[in-house]
Design a protein around this ligand. Structure first.
Ligand code: FES
Length: 100
């Protein structure tokens, strides 16, 4: 069974294998994603807001919480390179546009 990741505000979506990170799904969708650490969970640039389906993501680790705290990322956001999807989820960033 595939997991679905939907991106707002464009409404674009991709179906990916369970366990795929949100940053990998975003790249499959052809959308831009900020990253400055090679997806190593260090830079905090890949924060995304989870609009729906947060409970289907892998749990936040202590390391992810610490990187978010250091980079002043809101608690409701997840690091796209750390969060693995296992179901349907809908995410957004401040820099995605309706037709991006
Ligand atoms: S890409 Fe650097 S923390 Fe996710």
């Amino acid at each position: 069974m595939k997991a679905e990741v939907r991106f707002q505000p464009s409404g674009r979506s991709v179906r990916v294998a369970p366990g795929t990170t949100l940053i990998e799904a975003t790249r499959q969708a052809g959308l831009p994603m900020a990253s400055a650490c090679g997806d190593d969970g260090i830079c905090g640039r890949c924060g995304v807001t989870v609009l729906m389906g947060a409970d289907t993501l892998s749990p936040e680790t202590g390391n992810e919480a610490e990187v978010k705290r250091r980079n002043r990322i809101a608690a409701r956001q997840r690091l796209a390179c750390r969060a693995h999807t296992n179901g349907s989820v809908e995410i957004t960033t401040s820099y995605w546009k309706e037709k991006s």
